[in-house]
Design a protein around this ligand. Structure first.
Ligand SMILES: [Fe+2]
Length: 306
């Protein structure tokens, strides 16, 4: 049952070289730099997003994800969800408004996988970038690179998937859209949605908490192919694709930012409503579930994590 969590609101990634990262996310992926803060963090957005930013880059010694934040529909909902997290047994940290530029208070918690998540209800809205909200044109002609349209989801590796699903379902109102089960019935991958999207966050079983990828949406398959061309033109490190996922059936390509964080851009894919039964893949079909055409996992998919 939905609880008032609307969508992925932001992800903060650690990068080794902030200038190289900004160039990658703006010139190659087509995100827009919106702000910087006194700590040196850089705030970016994809053009269709109404909030001021969805990606925060922080210079650090090690790559990876600091946290992923979900936007809730109101401050009252945020209070209710905070109480739910505490009742579930989560340790909760209250982060005051303004810690992230133009963002209201955030409620930080650690999921049983070990990843930092947070909830917030208020962020400055700057509207879609490059188009007005009245009689809007189809797209801004100034867009560069892959012309990513929105931050879509993260895939995270970590332990305790069952407890994490319980938390996201019972406290935050997510549904299980797709899963991978072993022959013994153990769930080793779970794709969770709080919307009609195929997934808003996904988890794969792994002994320690790691970041697999942050994904951004493109309009169509032609744009995925165009992204592949741009990856070659810029000598960007590619992981796999363009191809199709079996899970969610999205059309996808994976590549790496200059710090080694994996990115995905994708188009299409399935949709989900709360009355849909979860789609189940058997673990022996995992290759086809991840890479529908190759039907085998490449070693990097399982082992290159930040
Ligand atoms: Fe993905």
């Amino acid at each position: 049952m939905r609880k008032g969590v609307m969508r992925p609101g932001h992800v903060q990634l650690r990068v080794l070289d902030i200038d190289a990262a900004v160039k990658h996310y703006t010139e190659l992926m087509g995100l827009i730099e919106m702000d910087r803060d006194p700590q040196g963090r850089v705030y970016l957005k994809a053009w269709t997003e109404v909030d001021k930013y969805s990606l925060v880059l922080r210079a650090a010694e090690e790559p990876g994800m600091d946290f992923m934040g979900f936007k809730c529909i109101s401050e009252e909902v945020l209070d209710n969800l905070r109480a739910g997290l505490v009742a579930f047994g989560c340790e909760v940290e209250d982060i005051p408004a303004g810690d992230l530029q133009d963002c209201g208070r955030r409620v930080r918690f650690v999921a049983p996988t070990g990843h930092n998540f947070e909830l917030f209800a208020s962020k400055k809205q700057t509207g879609k970038w490059g188009v007005n909200n009245r009689n809007p044109e189809a797209w801004p002609r100034e867009l560069g690179g892959m012309r990513a349209t929105r931050f879509d989801h993260c895939l995270l590796y970590g332990p305790n998937l069952a407890e994490t699903y319980e938390l996201f379902r019972d406290v935050l109102g997510f549904d299980l859209a797709e899963q991978v089960l072993t022959p013994e019935g153990k769930r080793v991958a779970q794709f969770l949605t709080v919307s009609t999207k195929a997934h808003d966050v996904a988890f794969i079983e792994h002994p320690e908490p790691k970041f697999h990828h942050a994904s951004f949406y493109l309009d169509n398959w032609t744009d995925v192919l165009r992204a592949a061309d741009l990856i070659s033109m810029t000598d960007t490190s590619i992981d796999i694709g363009p191809t199709r996922h079996g899970l969610t059936h999205g059309q996808t390509i994976y590549f790496f930012d200059p710090s080694g964080n994996r990115n995905e851009v994708f188009a299409g894919g399935d949709y989900h409503y709360p009355d849909h039964e979860p789609v189940t893949w058997d673990a022996e079909s995992l290759g086809k579930a991840i890479f529908y055409h190759d039907r085998v996992l490449n070693e990097r998919f399982l082992t290159v994590l930040t």
